[in-house]
Design a protein around this ligand. Structure first.
Ligand SMILES: [Zn+2]
Length: 312
């Protein structure tokens, strides 16, 4: 599959788009963005480099003139974000260069970088780089931006707000270079952390230290070693390090109703008692994504359950 960015002729602009893609869901402060990103110091809203007919990036500020909405996340790591066009006197004006450049991106399927301002400590302004998105449409009030999925080399199909079928297993693991696999794993981890509110699905432990999320890990329900899908968050769970280790050892598993089953192993039960693990036995995982469409897939849970029953 070819990278949609290959269609961008200007080397410097392509480099900038790659940079925005590489920083998928990372938070950077304004000073840093000013150093690395064209137009960031001078331009708010939509940035169209001079001489280019396409927009390069958009950024949403916390107190923008127009209300934007929270992005809607999908199981493949893509997202939909509605972004207001620029206007004059409080009304969108589609004849503005910036808005026209966005429509050109739509027509040519060239992605734009997307950033959202986030609340930050100590008076510094920071932005969450959401990665790259395709302009799907302009609906009369907003541009509909569709973020790249975890496997970014596939352009999201137009209008795929409906959930895609879940594929439990990977078909073509070998085609990925090591760099791409690392990048994909990182993106998977980021999306799972976000969907599970940065807390363990079982015990709800999760920390943030100076802006970094610590102590939690994205686990695959069907292991990657068994060719489990490594790009769909429905094959994922966010767990604290302890519960991840115990999950990998089949000391516990969620059943198809997401209730916690604990192994019969006497050693484990004795040691787990002191560590409160048995408190969750029979209860439903308390921390799940906000939308049921992002919950672990039944096929993945069944695979796990079968393994668990095998050693129980
Ligand atoms: Zn935990």
């Amino acid at each position: 599959m070819s990278d949609p960015l290959d269609a961008v002729q200007d080397d410097e602009l392509r480099r900038q788009l790659l940079l925005l893609r590489a920083n998928y869901f990372t938070v950077l402060d304004s000073d840093r963005l000013g150093e690395i990103l064209k137009g960031f110091r001078s331009q708010k809203g939509i940035y169209k480099p001079s001489g280019s007919s396409h927009a390069l990036w958009v950024r949403q500020t916390l107190r923008g003139t127009y209300p934007d909405q929270e992005p809607e996340y999908h199981a493949d790591g893509s997202w939909i974000f509605r972004y207001s066009p620029e206007g004059r006197q409080g009304r969108p004006d589609m004849s503005l260069d910036t808005n026209r450049a966005m429509l050109q991106c739509r027509d040519d399927r060239i992605p734009v970088g997307v950033m959202r301002q986030v609340l930050s400590k100590g008076g510094r302004t920071s932005y969450e780089v959401m990665g790259l998105a395709y302009v799907e449409d302009y609906d009369g009030t907003h541009f509909l931006l569709h973020g790249e999925r975890i496997e970014w080399e596939t352009i999201p199909a137009l209008g795929t707000a409906t959930p895609e079928p879940f594929h439990p297993f990977e078909e073509e693991l070998v085609r990925l270079t090591p760099e791409l696999r690392i990048q994909r794993d990182q993106r998977f981890g980021t999306v799972v952390r976000k969907a599970y509110h940065e807390r363990c699905s079982l015990c709800e432990v999760g920390y943030r230290v100076r802006g970094r999320v610590l102590g939690v890990e994205a686990a695959h329900i069907i292991p990657v070693g068994d060719r489990g899908n490594a790009a769909d968050i429905r094959n994922g769970l966010l767990l604290c390090r302890n519960h991840h280790v115990l999950f990998d050892e089949l000391a516990w598993t969620p059943d198809e109703d997401l209730r916690v089953l604990v192994a019969d192993d006497d050693d484990f039960r004795r040691s787990a008692q002191a560590n409160c693990v048995l408190d969750w036995e029979g209860k439903r995982l308390p921390n799940l994504p906000g939308r049921a469409a992002l919950y672990p897939a039944a096929e993945a849970l069944r695979f796990r359950l079968e393994r668990f029953e095998g050693v129980r």
